[in-house]
Design a protein around this ligand. Structure first.
Ligand code: PEP
Ligand code: CO
Length: 613
């Protein structure tokens, strides 16, 4: 009788096969061990001969390591990961046997995932140390046996002291996560482009490359064919603004960036089709000019005038839909998108509105040019008659708007042969709103590729890492006049938020201009009415100047929502508007604007701050 525990003949055969196989594995392990010993011996021999060559410090051979792993993986069916891990381990011990070499990591935020990737890249034998400051990691690589691994959150300045960016740590999908900096001979580096300043790599830019990315706040057009026709017509139209004028603005903003100028940007929250007319454009023009003259008298620096006009027809909204009773309709997103009336017909996004916005922008720009020419002629005549010698310069009134509707922006982007660049010809300066400034989003992607000056709204939710990454993407070459950071925090929040941001841009040697929008962080509700209080606006501007002074940053401009008309939308100021006044002449379709008197009050406050600067 066979008891339960005894083996059947078949089981006996299986266990002897198993034993044979185990014996086989043991033999292979012994052979591997011997080979490992041989490999270690050979690599110490290589190390000894490197020392004999006199350059004891060049121990890292990233290109050769990658080639070894690549060659082995190519000739084997074993998983590539396995081969990479085994040989990274061997190489890692080999390197440490030559000299203890630290991996000094500066991680930004995603410390844990970067840790795994660093281990994957440098193997288990390397001691890993964490530092907060990229400069500290670079210093370790410069002064000792170390590799600096620096998260792409930070720009890298490896200097020229024999250090180079020699490799990139990437995610599985190829997205760069960190750069490796060390003392590596250039021909041994994996990165072919050895730049002292490592900028996260992106696919090449095209006017349409934003379409590959998530686009926040864009309307959904039910009629795609109509949208296509509209895009075609816009693409065939003449540029709204001249590339030369955009370049002139860039040159003037470069002066602002150097502390020799101040930006005055202002106009409607949203332009509308219904309120359009030559008078309206003239009052905006005149108001900006008057305010500019006031600022000029307080500061001995040129004032750059920028109107929020000729393209400011689209608004980001906090909710995509609006509900009244039982009815849910798309939110009103500005006249370039849909109509304000709460009916389905009016609220359905209609691409033809882009053509109407474009036509209005065209006429507006013609009017602005005519007013500028007339003012120049007037001023010359007045000076001549009065015998005033001071030279009269032509007035430039530049246009600006939020580049929210990317179909429109793309259709108006033009390549200029002379500058070999793409330009947004929808306006001189375009900006990215606080709600569409996602680093990987469509709006940042579009703006990075055009050569215009670009504004970036910076609200309290923007963290320092993201700010620096956005600057890297939007202004990789750190060109004065390219980027305007427009803070909009609110009178209560600015003192907590702005100092660290300014410190970061200053520490990084960034030439981006800092300007302040004291409107969008200071909106309050009085019942169902949105309003803003002049004292909040002046407080935010004053704090902006104080922080800038403390951080040794040039306070480069103000950005206001205002109109030349006598509206009653904001409270306070010398007109002393109170809550009961609000309904009297509350016209805005969107945010509350300063009226002319209030705008001049704010200008007076800015003049005083410029005088004290
Ligand atoms: C605006 O400037 O009209 C605007 C919507 O601002 P933000 O993006 O800063 O909210
Ligand atoms: Co607004």
């Amino acid at each position: 009788m066979l008891n339960d525990r005894s083996e059947s003949p078949a089981q006996g055969a299986a266990s002897s096969t198993l034993q044979t196989l185990r014996g086989e594995i043991d033999r292979v392990d012994d052979a591997i061990l011997e080979l490992i010993e041989q490999r270690l011996a050979a690599s110490s021999a290589v190390a000894a001969s490197k020392d004999a060559e006199g350059d004891g410090r060049l121990k890292l051979r990233p290109r050769r390591e990658a080639e070894v792993i690549g060659r082995l993986a190519a000739r084997s069916d074993a998983p590539r990961d396995l081969i990479a891990q085994v040989w990274r381990t061997l190489m890692s011990h080999g390197l440490q046997a030559q000299a203890r070499t630290e991996i000094v990591v500066c991680a930004g935020r995603d410390r844990l995932s970067l840790y795994e990737m660093v281990r994957g890249r440098f193997g288990p034998a390397a001691p890993v140390r964490w530092v907060k400051d990229p400069a500290e990691a670079i210093e370790a690589a410069r002064s000792g046996e170390a590799v600096a691994v620096i998260s792409d959150h930070f720009a890298i300045d490896a200097g020229d002291d024999g250090l180079i960016v020699f490799d990139t740590i990437e995610e599985k999908d190829g997205k760069p996560v960190a750069r490796c900096v060390g003392r590596v001979a250039p021909e041994d580096a994996i990165e072919s482009h050895v730049s002292p300043r490592a900028i996260p790599r992106r696919a090449p830019w095209q006017p349409a490359s934003w379409r590959q990315r998530p686009a926040a706040q864009m309307p959904v057009y039910p009629d795609a064919a109509s949208l296509g026709r509209v895009e075609g017509r816009l693409a065939a139209s003449d540029p709204l603004v001249d590339v030369h004028d955009i370049m002139l603005l860039r040159a003037q903003l470069a002066q602002v960036a150097a502390g020799r100028g101040f930006m005055l940007q202002g106009g409607d929250c949203a332009e509308s089709f219904a309120e359009f007319g030559a008078d309206k454009v003239r009052t905006t023009f005149n108001l900006l000019l008057r305010m500019g003259a006031m600022l000029q008298s307080g500061a001995d620096i040129p004032i750059v005038h920028l109107a929020r006009i000729a393209g400011q027809f689209a608004k980001p909204r906090s909710a995509a839909t609006e509900t009244v009773g039982e009815i849910i309709l798309p939110s009103y997103r500005g006249d370039a998108v849909n109509g304000p009336d709460f009916t389905r017909a009016s609220r359905t996004p209609d691409p033809k509105r882009l053509l109407e916005a474009h036509r209005q922008a065209e006429v507006t720009i013609e009017l602005l040019d005519a007013f500028a020419a007339a003012s120049y002629a007037d001023l010359r005549r007045i000076h001549n008659e009065a015998g005033i010698q001071a030279d009269v310069r032509p007035i430039s009134m530049f246009t600006s708007h939020e580049a929210l509707l990317l179909n429109y922006e793309q259709a108006l982007a033009r390549f200029d042969q002379a500058t070999e660049s793409w330009w947004a010809t929808s306006g001189h300066l375009i900006w990215i709103g606080d709600r569409t400034r996602s680093l990987d989003g469509a709006h940042v992607e579009f703006a990075r590729g055009v050569a215009n000056p670009v504004g970036l709204k910076c609200g309290p939710s923007l963290d320092i890492d993201s700010l620096l990454r956005l600057i890297d993407v939007l202004d990789p070459q750190n060109q004065p006049g390219r980027l305007v950071l427009i803070g909009r925090f609110g009178a209560g929040a600015i003192a907590d938020t702005l100092p660290e941001m300014m410190r970061a841009t200053r520490r990084e040697g960034r030439h981006a201009i800092w300007s302040i929008d004291p409107m969008h962080g200071n909106t309050r509700s009085v019942g169902a009415i949105k309003t803003r209080v002049i004292s909040d606006i002046v407080t935010e501007i004053t704090t902006f100047f104080e922080v800038a002074r403390a951080e040794q940053v040039h306070p480069g401009g103000v950005h206001l929502e205002m109109t030349g008309e006598a509206v009653t939308e904001c409270l306070g100021g010398s007109a002393a508007l109170v809550e009961a006044d609000l309904p009297r002449n509350y016209l805005t379709h969107c945010d509350p604007r300063l009226n002319a008197a209030q705008a001049l009050d704010v200008a007076a406050a800015v003049r005083a701050l410029l005088e004290g600067n």
